[in-house]
Design a protein around this ligand. Structure first.
Ligand SMILES: Nc1ncnc2c1ncn2[C@@H]1O[C@H](COP(=O)(O)OP(=O)(O)O)[C@@H](O)[C@H]1O
Ligand SMILES: [Mg+2]
Length: 299
């Protein structure tokens, strides 16, 4: 809670809410189409609390990337408003400040790398933001260590693997010391090893550095450790709650074009055949334990 006294007025800001979307809609411009375009975001309201890990799922075209771009003002809502710590993203005076506070990591690391040397690439944003040189040196070393790429600081980014490049792109965003990082399908172009490394970094950010994380992904199992899971459909929020709760709604998930995790699907299929297994047991170990219990106790 932050209390401001302005001209005799007391204003209380709720600084536990980092992003607040109020009834936002967004239309992409159509070039001369007959029918009016469908909204990419359709009357959506949402609050992201500081220090939380929110995962967002949804079939292709459901509006996830459009929403991510509303969070730091790259796209401005057609209707409604987005507030970052109470600051309206439409206010041009604070657009740089909002982009520093809410970092965005995209799918393709090649589009995010701007320099021929890793450490110069990571220093790019803090230099542009006017950080003092000694602070830049410190922050670059810090974030490169955090993503496990410190030994590569003098390498050429284009010679690195996809996963390594994505880690450099993440370091570049972290160098701005953002309070929240929004990842838009950061593992979609990576091999399994690269994917695992990037997901580990995303988990560590929340767990050890208290960074607020929003992860948009195609892979349901990447959302298991999130505090909150949002499923989008046609520009709206279709489901919103703890992952274990959402995963139990297997029929609804399938309707929304999503395949539940393999463990949940197995339990669900067994239940259809007369078992009574909890659908919220998510890890393979928990799944095996539940089935073992059911087989040894009840049968
Ligand atoms: N640059 C664009 N121009 C026009 N329509 C777009 C553009 N980007 C996305 N869309 C449309 O907006 C809707 C939401 O897209 P998007 O936010 O990319 O969804 P997702 O990330 O969930 O796949 C889709 O119908 C998509 O076709
Ligand atoms: Mg997308």
């Amino acid at each position: 809670m932050v209390v401001l006294c302005l001209k005799g007025m007391v204003i209380v800001l709720d600084d536990t809410i980092i992003i607040k979307a109020e009834d936002i809609s967004f239309f992409y411009q159509e070039d001369g189409g007959e029918s009016p375009p469908a909204p990419a975001i359709d009357g959506l309201s949402l609050e992201i609390k500081k220090g939380t890990f929110t995962a967002i799922l949804g079939r292709n075209g459901s509006g996830k990337s459009t929403l991510a771009r509303q969070f730091n003002g790259i796209l401005l809502p057609t209707g409604g408003r987005v507030l970052v710590y109470g600051m309206d993203t439409k206010d041009e005076k604070i657009s740089l400040e909002i982009r520093r506070r809410i970092g965005l990591v995209f799918q393709n690391p090649d589009n995010q790398i701007v320099s021929n040397v890793v450490e110069e690439d990571v220093a790019f944003a803090p230099e542009n933001l006017g950080f003092p040189p000694e602070e830049i040196r410190k922050v670059v070393d810090e974030v490169l260590s955090l993503v496990g790429m410190y030994e590569y600081r003098e390498h050429a980014p284009h010679l690195l693997s996809g996963g390594q490049k994505q880690r450099i792109a993440i370091a570049g965003v972290l160098a701005m010391k953002p309070e929240c990082v929004v990842f838009d399908e950061p593992t979609a172009m990576l091999d399994p090893k690269g994917r695992e490394d990037v997901i580990q970094i995303i988990r560590d950010l929340g767990e050890f550095y208290n960074t607020t994380v929003v992860l948009i992904t195609h892979h349901m199992e990447e959302t298991v450790s999130a505090d909150r899971l949002i499923v989008m459909d046609r520009g709206k929020i279709a489901l919103d709650g703890p992952p274990a709760e959402i995963f139990t709604q297997v029929d609804r998930l399938m309707e929304l074009g999503l395949a539940p995790p393999k463990t949940t699907e197995l339990m669900w299929e067994l239940n259809r055949r007369g078992f009574d297994l909890p659908l919220g047991a998510l890890s393979e170990r928990e799944c095996a334990e539940e089935i073992f219990k059911a087989l040894t106790n009840d049968r």
